[in-house]
Design a binder for this molecule. Structure first.
Ligand code: COA
Length: 313
């Protein structure tokens, strides 16, 4: 559904700052990443979003394109970030049809709730493959284009860049592993890897003009993540322990994205921007849905959330 500008972007940014630029985003049909891309498109960029579900990805691309008259948004479905060759083909198609890849958002992720003794080796592997390898595959497929873009749009921090910025990547991570989060070991392990990857990219590719940063969203309202990770009752309890006393909105992640990709974010490299209303500092273990330690000791499996384990029958 087309969104009002105030739902995905603050008024502080200037229209046109991403004119003639292209953003490539995995997980781009999801609630958070689509808002990030929509914000970039509103401010001038064209975009290519990648997803597994063909219909969902193509429909979201059409929807995002309504953010700016004349915007081009490709929706490439049936692309699994676990398949490096599929990402290479998607990046090639993006650059061929839209002219370049200047910005990348590695957003595709896998998540569900279960304890470490309830998951199988294959379950951990699935999340590691989507989050860690998927982010790596995204980086690897797009890096040549990012290097080209960084060379073309050099910034020195003093001279206002005539044609804007380029050569930047953002990895979407989480705050789960900062203090440890029950029922989320698999994702905590994977996101720690994603954070480490971003720092490595900063160190190794920074001298070529690349910036690599992480955005770690907290609880964001009305997203697939919240539906997968909390029950209806749990969601009512969540704001109480967040210093800002509310959940975040996708717009707040989009604003952080624009900051990092724009001239405002030139000197931010190898960093993590946590956008969570202070939530991780009070990341208490009994936030509502699954009371600690009663739930863990009960041996129950999680029910009442989206993304449950499929029956093998
Ligand atoms: N609890 C425990 N194990 C689970 C599980 C759950 N809720 N959901 C899946 N698994 C296990 C499966 O049983 C399987 O292990 P097994 O072969 O030993 O039985 C393994 O995880 C892989 O599951 P499968 O459904 O075959 O993998 P998939 O590649 O189709 O899906 C997931 C990957 C599991 C990460 C799935 O949740 C997914 O596709 N997520 C994408 C969307 C998403 O999570 N977005 C994040 C928003 S925050």
């Amino acid at each position: 559904m087309p969104m009002e500008k105030h739902e995905y972007l603050s008024n502080v940014w200037k229209d046109g700052i991403f004119d003639n630029k292209v953003v490539f985003c995995t997980g781009g049909a999801g609630s958070i990443c689509s808002a990030q891309v929509r914000a970039m498109v509103h401010l001038g960029a064209n975009a290519c979003i990648i997803g597994r579900n063909v219909e969902k990805t193509e429909n979201m691309a059409k929807d995002i394109a309504t953010a700016r008259k004349g915007a081009k948004v490709l929706g490439l479905g049936a692309v699994d970030v676990r398949k490096p060759e599929a990402l290479v083909a998607a990046a090639e198609r993006c650059a061929k049809e839209l002219g370049s890849i200047d910005f990348v958002i590695a957003g595709a992720a896998g998540n569900f709730l279960a304890t470490i003794d309830q998951i199988s080796s294959n379950a951990l592997k699935s999340v590691m493959d989507i989050d860690v390898l998927g982010s790596y595959n995204t980086l690897k497929a797009t890096l040549p284009y990012l290097v080209e873009s960084a060379a073309k749009y050099k910034v020195d921090g003093k001279t206002p860049p005539k044609a804007g910025t380029g050569g930047r990547i953002i990895f979407i991570s989480a705050t789960l592993h900062y203090s440890g989060t029950p029922l989320q070991s698999h994702v905590s392990i994977a996101k720690a890897g994603v954070d480490a990857m971003s720092v490595s990219v900063c160190i190794e590719q920074g001298p070529k003009g690349i910036t690599s940063n992480v955005i770690a969203p907290g609880p964001i309202a009305d997203t697939e993540g919240m539906a997968r990770l909390s029950t209806d009752d749990g969601r009512k309890e969540t704001p109480r322990l967040i210093p800002n006393q509310r959940m975040g909105y996708v717009k707040e992640i989009a604003d952080a994205t624009v900051y990092l990709f724009s001239d405002a974010g030139n000197y931010v490299n190898g960093e993590t921007i946590v956008v969570d209303g202070g939530s991780w500092h009070t990341q208490a273990i009994d936030k509502g849905s699954f009371k600690y330690p009663d739930f863990l000791l009960s041996g129950d499996t999680v029910t009442g959330v989206a993304g449950m384990k499929k029956s093998k029958l």
